[in-house]
Design a protein. Structure first.
Length: 200
């Protein structure tokens, strides 16, 4: 699978697409493209690895619950929903251009669907899969267990670290699932593909 095919398929679905060899190049592009805006961040190790929050906060108004004090996290999550720009990643991307995300609270997937001038998805090569079914398998059996482990959850997938058990644990972080077949109407959506492994 090559980026050219994924890029073509994403564009045919109505997404804007930019391709970069490195995370540093992608971060520099975003830093130049987003200026003087209110910007929300979804929970994303990919964005953390880019270091883009620190770059953007120098010339934008930022909202990210991950860096907010505990007593304001809920307020900041709500603010993220109505920023001019929203940045996030994906748990899986199929070669035919479908973007998959699993969420626990729902703020990340909700913000990817509505309320902004523009949404950016930053996606490393490790998130790509040949088919939708394989992208879904990846989201459920690789990304979700690793995220549960990272967050210190006591779900079967986190304890065993091997796969999704479709559990009913009170610690379950897989509560909602969204597939984007295309950008939401009236909201510009750009996919930034990076030829590096990023996030989980």
């Amino acid at each position: 699978m090559v980026f050219e095919t994924v890029k073509k398929n994403l564009e045919e679905r109505g997404f804007l697409v930019s391709v970069f060899s490195t995370a540093a190049e992608a971060a520099a592009y975003m830093d130049k493209s987003i200026d003087g805006k209110t910007v929300g961040f979804g929970g994303s190790l990919t964005l953390q690895e880019l270091g883009i929050y620190e770059m953007l906060e120098r010339h934008n108004t930022m909202f990210w619950h991950a860096v907010a004090p505990p007593e304001t996290k809920e307020e900041v999550r709500k603010a993220e929903l109505s920023t001019q720009v929203f940045c996030t990643s994906a748990n899986g991307l199929s070669e035919d251009g479908q973007i998959l995300n699993i969420d626990g609270i729902g703020n990340r997937v909700a913000a990817s669907l509505f309320g902004h001038e523009k949404v950016y998805f930053v996606i490393g090569r490790n998130k790509l899969a040949p088919t939708y079914e394989e992208a879904l398998w990846r989201a459920r059996n690789i990304a979700a267990p690793k995220n549960a482990m990272r967050l210190g959850k006591k779900t079967p997938c986190a304890v065993k670290g091997d796969r999704c058990y479709n559990c009913k644990s009170p610690d379950r972080i897989c509560q909602s699932f969204v597939t984007l077949w295309g950008p939401s109407m009236g909201m510009e959506t750009e996919v930034i593909l990076v030829d590096q492994d990023l996030g989980l």
